[in-house]
Structures are given as C-alpha cells and as structure tokens.
Write a protein that binds this ligand. Structure first.
Ligand SMILES: *[C@@H]1O[C@H](CO)[C@@H](O)[C@H](O)[C@H]1NC(C)=O
Ligand SMILES: *[C@@H]1O[C@H](CO)[C@@H](O)[C@H](O)[C@H]1NC(C)=O
Ligand SMILES: *[C@@H]1O[C@H](CO)[C@@H](O)[C@H](O)[C@H]1NC(C)=O
Ligand SMILES: *[C@@H]1O[C@H](CO)[C@@H](O)[C@H](O)[C@H]1NC(C)=O
Ligand SMILES: *[C@@H]1O[C@H](CO)[C@@H](O)[C@H](O)[C@H]1NC(C)=O
Ligand SMILES: *[C@@H]1O[C@H](CO)[C@@H](O)[C@H](O)[C@H]1NC(C)=O
Ligand SMILES: *[C@@H]1O[C@H](CO)[C@@H](O)[C@H](O)[C@H]1NC(C)=O
Ligand SMILES: *[C@@H]1O[C@H](CO)[C@@H](O)[C@H](O)[C@H]1NC(C)=O
Ligand SMILES: *[C@@H]1O[C@H](CO)[C@@H](O)[C@H](O)[C@H]1NC(C)=O
Length: 875
C-alpha cells in the first residue's frame, strides 16, 4: 500500500475530527485509549505522520509556566515534527496531564539548538514525571553532540514507561533548570511531549501469568523478578533485525519505533528478511498480536550456513548502558525457517553478560511445536556500579552441540532501564568525567579479610547449619485493600506525595552512600569493626558524618545468594517503614559491585545475647516483658501498619535488637521478600524460609504462610524469654529437646514453673506466669486461624505486665468482651480480658476487629495462603 495515501487520508480525517485519536481509524492492532502529542511552544495544531500535534499555547496542560517563553529555533530545522517551536524557561515549569490509571509511554522530544537569547550550551535541567526522575542535570547539547545519528543531528528523543496507579488521575511532568555556579543562566526546554497508553501487561508483569514467564534475574539462581507496577523504565534499545527502521506509524499502535540492530552486532552474522510472508503468524495469549509488528518476526539474524564454523564463535551484540541500574531485557524469537520444524532441530545457548541464561533455546519447542509463533523471553540484568560509568551489556548466542542445526537466531531485542530505589532513571551526561577524588582511606594499608573471621556476635551456639538459614530473612507482601492509620512512621510511599516536584530526591527515601564513604566509615572494612557475620556477609560497626553517627553496615558478599532484587526490596520497603520498634534503615550503597545496607546502630545487641550463652547480666522479668511488648508492637505494625501486609518470616530472639534504652527493635527483614507488591492473587514460588525451632508447622508442613506464622515464631520467642534457653537443644533428654513441646507439656500438667529461667526464680508473680504461658501457648496453636493476632497479643502482654506489677484493679472486671483502645501502638495500658488457653477457639471467634486476621482478611488470596513450592536447591 502507498504510504502517502494513508498519511493523507489520516490527516484529512483528523482535520475534520480532531478529537479522535488518529489510531482508532487506522488498521492498528492496539488503538491506544489515550494519546497526547504536544508540540511545546506552538500556538497551532498540526498533523504529521498521523499524529495530531496540539500546540501547548492554548492548551490547559501548562499548569505552572511563569516566565516561560515560546520560541522557534534560531536555526530552523528541516526535520518535521514538534521541532519548529520550543518552550524554554529559566525557572521551573510543569505540564499536567489528566490520565486514567494504567501504564503509559512518556516521550520527550528535544531539538538542541539556540533559541532567541537561550544559548544552546546553557541548557541544563532535570525532568520529573510523578515520583520519578527522568533526567537529572541533563546537558542537552552534550547529549546531542555525543549522539551520533547523522540523520537527525541535535535531535534527542527519550521514551519512558510509567504506570499510573488507581486513583492517580494526573501526571505532572516538570522541567527544572539546574542552577550551578558554573552555569547560573541554565534553562530548561522542551519541544515535544507525547503520552500513549499501553496494554496493561505488555511490559509490566501480569501477576496472573505463569511464574515461569516472569523475567528471570541473570546470574542469580533466585526467584523471578516481576516488573511491578511501581517501577518506571526508560527504553534504552528497541532493535529489530532488518535493513531499515520500523517507524512509529508502522508499530502496532503504540507509536514505538524499532531501530535496526546492525550497529551493535560485533560478530559475523547473516540477515534473512521478509521470510515466509505467506504464512500467517500465530500470536498467543503470552505474546499477543500487539507485542511487535508482524514484520519484526519475519526478519532474523543468524550465524550463517556453515555449522562447523558457527561452533567456533558466539553471535554477539554489545549494548552501551549506564551502570548502577537494573535492566529488563526482552528477546523476541519466531521460527519460520522451512528447514526447522521439530523441537531439537535448532537449539542454542544464550548468554547475557557472559552468564548462561538458556542452555536449550529451542524456538519450536518454546512455541508448542508450531511454526510462526512469536515468543518473548525476558531477563532482568543487574548492573551494579558507579553511575558515572558506561558499560556494554553483552548478549551472546552459540549453537548447542546437541542440536541438529548448528545455528542460533533472533528477531528483536528490547532493553529497558529500571528505576533505582530512589525513583531515578537518569544517567550521567556523556562527557562528564567520573569524579577523580578517591576518598582517602585511613590505614588503607590494612586489607580486609572479611570471611575468614569466626563468628563473633550474631549466633553463637546456634544449631549448626541453621545460621545460614536463619540469616536469610524474609518478607512477604500481601497487597490488601485497607486503610489503616498509624500513629507514627507511616511514611507514605515516596511516589504519591512528592509535592512540589523539585529535583531533589524524595527525602523520605533513604540516603545513598558512596563506597568511599562506607570505606571511610569502616576503616576500609577493618576486621576490628566486624560486629556480626553470617551467610549474607559481615556486619560492621561504622561511623558516618565525620564520626558523629554510629551505624551498622551490612555488606553483602558478592556471592551472596540473596540477590540484588532482595537487596532492592529491603531498601524500598525499609525506607517506607519507620516505627519505634523496627530497626531503621539509614541508607545504602550500590556501587563497585557492592551491595551494602546501613542501619541504625543498636548498642545492646540482640535479645538472644541477653538470654543464654552469654556473659551479659541477666534481664529482669519486667525488662523481658517490656521487650516482648515492644516486639509485639513491631510485628503488629508490620502486619497492619502499612498498606501492604508484611510477614517477617524470621522472627527469633537473634533478630530482635535492643537500643541503649532497652527498646526492642525487630530487625533483619526484607532481604528475601518474594511476594511482589501489587500481586495479590498469585502463588509465590519460594522456599520455606525461617529458622529451625521457630518455624510454624503449618508453614513448613503445608506451605501455608500467613501472618500467623509470625505469631507462631513470636510464641517461641516468648518461651525463650521465659526459659532462657534455645528452642531446640539436641543434647537434652527427648522430652525437653523441643522447648515448645516441653512447655506445652508443663503447662498442661500445671508445672510451667519448671521451664522458668533459673535467673528469674522468685521474680514472677504466679498469676502472671500463668497468663504469660497462656499467651505463649495460644501463639503456638497448631491451627493458625486459632492463634491470636499480634494486636491481641500486645494487649494480653500488657495485661501480663499489669499482673506482674500488681496493678490488677479493673483488669478482670470488664466482662467478657475484649476492650482496648484502637491504637495499640500507643503506650497506654488498656484493659484486656483474656480467654483461657484451653478455650482457645475464643481467641479467633470473638474478634473480627479491623486489624485482626480472621479468615475474612484473606479473601483476596486464594486458598487463604500463599502456596509455596519447595525449591529443591534450597537456599
Ligand atoms: C489481535 O488479537 C485480538 C485478541 O486475540 C483480536 O481480537 C484482534 O482481532 C487481533 N487483531 C488483529 C489485527 O489481528
Ligand atoms: C488545538 O487542539 C486543541 C485540542 O483539540 C483545541 O482545544 C485547540 O483549540 C486547538 N487550537 C487551535 C488553534 O486550533
Ligand atoms: C501564546 O501565544 C501568545 C501569542 O503568540 C503569547 O502572547 C502567549 O504568551 C502565549 N502563551 C503561552 C502560555 O505561551
Ligand atoms: C500537578 O500540578 C498541579 C499544578 O501545579 C497541582 O495542582 C496538582 O496537585 C499536581 N498533581 C500531582 C499528582 O502532583
Ligand atoms: C510502513 O507501513 C507502510 C504501509 O503499510 C509500508 O508501505 C512500509 O513499507 C512500512 N515500512 C516499514 C519499514 O515497514
Ligand atoms: C566451514 O567452516 C570450517 C571452519 O571454519 C571450514 O574449515 C570449512 O571449510 C567451512 N566449510 C564451508 C563449506 O565453507
Ligand atoms: C534448507 O536446507 C536445504 C538443504 O540442506 C538448503 O539447500 C536450503 O538452502 C535450506 N533452506 C534454508 C532456508 O536455509
Ligand atoms: C561464548 O560466550 C560464553 C560466555 O562468555 C563463553 O563462555 C564461551 O566460551 C564463548 N564461546 C565461544 C566459542 O567463544
Ligand atoms: C562496547 O562494545 C563496543 C563494540 O565491541 C566497543 O567498541 C566499545 O569499546 C565497548 N565499550 C566498552 C565501554 O567496553
């Protein structure tokens, strides 16, 4: 068909009906619901290549534009599109788009020349879209000069993928000039903005999809890395195999352009174009027809016809990228070769960053033994490091020697940069030199030897083999519709409350440390600074801010099985969690292959160190009760205090830390959160985690994981606190080996005092002991639904403390109902009536309170629980 005809036809229709997005009339596969093409600075509307460009002069989009100027370039361009005008300003300006929820492309068009008195080289600015930073201190002229596209000199184009959450009706795109002393006249400008809605799960992971189709992290034998709705991405490459670019208008409807890959192929290869145009492609549910234009799947690059020769090299692409980010890599395949028709006919290895990601890439096998079925494979590539660096991301393919045909082939490659934990997507300007000043290291002659050291603090005396397991900590998010107000620390996600859209990072997200700062803080990871270690790596005590602040620095081993995803998760989650009884994350460092977390330092170490196997003075009963109440509040906050339900999964005395005032803080969560945010109706593939001795039998026997698993573990902690011994003692006589069994036995026999820590003898009021045992054992009920919620437990422990203090007046008088303030986070003691352990069903039936976890709360989750598939590899 003739292109011009179509363009003219589209243009005509658009002039008549300017409100209709043009694509609804073209034969596109995916007509976007929303399409805004804005020609900034222009006062006229025009149609080009089917896009209906709207001048921003009369539009209501510019919500904040004091002092902005609309101007044509001083050197007009012959390049068409939104480049005939620009909007420029020495101060900040904002475009506000009213949009529906869902994913969008945000596209920015720049023409980097001088406008009126705005000198080309002075353009330097940041751009934010909602909570995300798209560009930071972006020097347009440097970028344009480095861009070697001779067809479009001085033209810069950026594309981002952003999801608007439900209820977010507006997307603000703000341009902020970067004022520096070198460049006080800096200004921001923009020529064109385009927003196009996307199908919901084209790039974002569909929680209902089979988990095997989720992006796989490269080089980490860990769980899939779903692209969650709260990520923003920048398109770095969208490459097809072929002899020419596929322009936006030829896309499936989203106006994506597909560039040719030849610039990035570094080895010999052969192109085959327009294969089997007679055969209709079979798109699938996994790869719907809008995934890529038909033509993409009809052109392949392979190694050549000489199989012997092919065995001697890797078909290779090198894609320059910024370090310090994670990337989503999407590889498109489609088998149309007439000589390949059965699984095994052609199979190859795929390496990403020299890591094997597929050892049997068999396109026919992947597509149900059918030909012409497009398949997309997705990987997440973690590129830690200094943001100032540009690296190559490598993709290599090599025939599998067991395959009949010794060849490999591909149709298209897409690569997206994923925002860092601060919501940033911006990389460095091309020309900017990396900072040269290496932080001077005190005593830098000393080399750290990290892992040879013996275990100092963390888990002396632990059952062997448990340490690894137990140091792997866990977090589960179950998204839930609820609306809980919390008295303190309920930091809203950085995303929703940015307010002024200034270029600085959201301050409620934690601090980013350079590796030099961390080295200085720990005397270059001096062994003397080690305060703990485990499977993940060492924990150091460190001093930051010129020694004024003490912190705990957790340095993950390079080979730590806890992947970067978990690292990112811990940062993301902990920076939102602020609560008196949770350890606070101060910041992190993700640079030079280091993954480091920085926490508040806890003077008094772990609760465990104060209970057994220790020289430290014993804690008094009252101290112990106060610690238990603090822990209970911390867990209650995790379970209900944020918009997501968080299951700690590794509650134990070693993970409870004490500050100098003996305030208990729950720690060590997040590193292996699996349940992705916003993905509620799915099974989560993970392994049973936690620490032996603390594991909920329902969880490990039946893979039922709920908040009540934490309640169980907390029950074990209560018994540890009471008895001053470990949960499991293999050398004890059989009856006493398991603390839980022994305690149950004693409680039923009415001889609970037998398990009491000798250090506490004579301290505990009998009534108080009985109640405490009752609370502990109700936590340890076999049936999770029968266990009380953390809120109830906190209330009951407060009662226990009152009983101990002899302050029982009114406590037992308040009839049969539970009564306490809504807010158990406050320290007020509330009257609680506790049901008897033996009548324990009462615990779950009498309350249906807003925050308790009766079965109602799990309606959103199939089978009431996450189903977990045990991984034979374990962790
Ligand atoms: C694309 O797929 C959808 C759903 O399978 C179908 O309804 C539609 O007709 C297809 N469009 C084209 C142009 O083939
Ligand atoms: C341009 O299009 C917008 C949106 O359709 C409309 O509101 C505006 O009046 C148009 N401007 C001109 C000059 O036609
Ligand atoms: C729109 O154009 C008019 C005339 O060209 C100009 O005076 C006015 O400042 C422009 N408005 C904006 C918001 O740029
Ligand atoms: C967008 O900007 C407008 C005007 O500055 C403001 O009223 C609105 O609240 C902002 N919306 C969001 C989601 O930030
Ligand atoms: C784009 O689409 C037009 C009309 O269908 C077609 O003639 C042209 O060859 C296409 N261009 C490419 C590069 O596919
Ligand atoms: C195939 O490649 C091998 C190894 O490079 C070479 O020895 C052989 O001559 C080639 N065969 C053909 C037919 O080109
Ligand atoms: C298929 O195999 C035959 C015989 O080996 C060869 O002549 C032909 O070129 C091959 N076709 C393609 C498309 O590779
Ligand atoms: C292909 O690349 C992989 C990963 O870097 C490497 O291990 C392998 O040796 C390479 N094969 C050849 C033939 O170069
Ligand atoms: C990336 O790969 C290209 C092509 O092999 C090479 O020229 C370039 O030097 C590489 N860049 C880096 C930073 O390694």
């Amino acid at each position: 068909m003739d292109t011009n005809c179509i363009r003219i036809a589209l243009g005509t229709i658009l002039l008549i009906l300017p409100c209709l997005p043009f694509l609804s009339i073209a034969e596109v596969i995916y007509p976007p619901l929303e399409l805004f093409s804005i020609s900034c600075g222009s006062s006229t509307n025009f149609t080009l290549d089917g896009r209906n460009w709207i001048g921003d002069n009369n539009s209501k989009l510019l919500s904040e534009s004091q002092g902005s100027v609309a101007a044509p370039p001083n050197t007009p361009t012959t390049i068409q599109g939104p480049y005939t005008y620009a909007r420029l300003s020495h101060s900040k300006f904002t475009y506000s788009f009213s949009l529906k929820a869902g994913p969008k492309f945000v596209r920015l068009f720049f023409y980097s020349v001088s406008y009126q008195s705005f000198d080309r080289t002075k353009a330097c600015f940041s751009v934010t879209a909602g909570p995300y930073t798209l560009l930071r201190d972006f020097d347009a002229s440097l970028n344009a000069d480095a861009d070697d596209d001779p067809g479009q000199p001085d033209i810069l184009f950026r594309e981002y993928c952003i999801n608007l959450e439900d209820g977010q009706k507006q997307l603000n795109i703000t341009f902020i000039p970067s004022k520096t002393s070198q460049n006080p006249d800096s200004y921001a400008f923009i020529n064109g903005i385009e927003i196009v809605s996307l199908p919901p799960f084209l790039y974002y992971t569909n929680p209902d999809d089979d988990i095997t189709g989720w992006p796989q992290p490269v080089g980490l034998n860990t769980n899939p890395f779903p692209i969650e709705n709260n990520y923003a991405m920048e398109t770095k490459y969208r490459l097809r195999v072929g002899d020419q670019q596929i322009p936006a208008l030829n896309d499936t409807g989203m106006l994506r352009s597909w560039d040719v890959d030849s610039k990035y192929v570094t080895t010999q290869s052969v192109l085959s174009l327009d294969i089997a145009t007679g055969i209709k492609l079979r798109f699938t549910k996994k790869t719907p027809n809008y995934t890529a234009p038909d033509t993409v799947y009809r052109s392949v690059r392979n190694m050549g016809s000489n199989g012997t020769f092919n065995m001697g090299f890797n078909l290779t692409w090198q894609l320059p990228i910024d370090s310090g980010f994670n990337y989503l890599l999407r590889l498109h395949f489609c088998q149309l070769d007439p000589n390949i028709s059965r699984p095994g006919d052609q199979s190859f290895f795929i390496y990403v960053q020299d890591q094997l990601v597929e050892d049997w890439a068999d396109i026919i096998g992947w597509s149900d033994k059918q030909k012409g079925v497009p398949v997309v494979k997705q990987y997440v590539v973690l590129i830690p490091g200094n943001e100032q660096e540009t690296l190559n991301l490598s993709l290599k393919m090599h025939p599998n020697p067991h395959s009949l045909a010794k060849d490999a082939q591909i149709n298209a490659i897409e690569l997206f940069k994923i925002n860092d934990p601060t919501g940033n997507l911006a990389g460095p300007n091309p020309d900017s030199h990396p900072k040269t000043s290496e932080f001077p290291l005190p005593n830098s002659n000393k080399k750290s030897k990290g892992s040879t050291r013996t275990l100092i603090a963390a888990g002396a005396g632990a059952v062997s083999g448990v340490v690894m397991l137990s140091l792997i900590v866990a977090f589960f998010l179950i998204k839930r519709k609820k609306n809980v107000a919390v008295d303190e620390g309920s930091n809203k996600k950085g995303g929703t409350s940015r307010g002024d859209g200034s270029s600085s990072l959201p301050t409620n997200i934690c601090r980013k440390f350079s590796i030099a700062e961390i080295r200085a803080a720990t005397n270059n990871f001096d062994e003397l600074f080690v305060v703990g270690l485990g499977g993940f790596g060492n924990v150091y005590k460190g001093y930051i801010d010129d020694g004024s602040t003490r912190v705990a620095i957790k340095r993950l081993k390079a080979d730590s099985r806890q992947g970067a995803q978990e690292f990112m998760n811990e940062i993301e989650m902990l920076s939102q969690l602020r609560y008196l009884h949770l350890v606070s994350l101060v910041g992190y460092c993700y640079e030079s292959n280091e993954m480091i977390l920085v926490y508040d330092f806890m003077d008094r170490g772990s609760l465990r160190e104060h209970l057994y196997d220790t020289d430290k003075p014993s804690l008094s009963w009252k101290q112990r009760l106060q610690i238990c109440i603090g822990v209970g509040r911390g867990l209650h906050y995790l379970h209900t205090g944020t918009k997501d339900v968080i299951i700690h999964r590794d509650v134990k005395s070693a993970n409870i830390l004490l500050d100098e005032k003996w305030v208990a803080k729950v720690s060590d969560f997040g590193l292996s959160r699996i349940g992705p945010t916003g993905i509620s109706r799915t099974h989560v593939n993970t392994q049973v985690k936690g620490s032996i001795g603390y594991l909920d039998p329902e969880y490990y026997k039946r893979d039922r994981l709920t908040v009540k698993s934490d309640v169980y573990s907390f029950g074990v902690v209560l018994l540890e606190v009471l008895s001053g011994r470990q949960p499991l003692l293999h050398w004890e006589e059989k009856q006493r080996m398991s603390l839980v069994k022994w305690a149950k036995h004693c409680y039923e026999k009415g001889i609970l005092s037998e398990i009491v820590d000798p250090e506490l003898k004579g301290q505990i009021v009998p009534q108080c002991l009985h109640k405490f045992g009752e609370v502990a054992l109700s936590c340890l009920l076999e049936d999770g639904t029968q266990r009380p919620s953390m809120k109830d437990i906190v209330g009951m422990l407060e009662l226990v403390l009152q009983l101990q203090e002899g302050d029982v007046n009114g406590v037992m008088e308040s009839g049969g109902d539970y009564e306490y303030g809504d807010d158990v986070f406050s320290s007020s003691h509330n009257s609680v009536h506790v049901s008897d352990y033996s009548k324990s069903t009462g615990l779950s039936t009498t309350r249906d309170g807003d925050r308790s976890y009766g079965s109602n709360d799990f309606v959103l989750i199939p089978d009431d629980v996450f189903s977990e598939i045990k991984d034979p590899n374990g962790r």
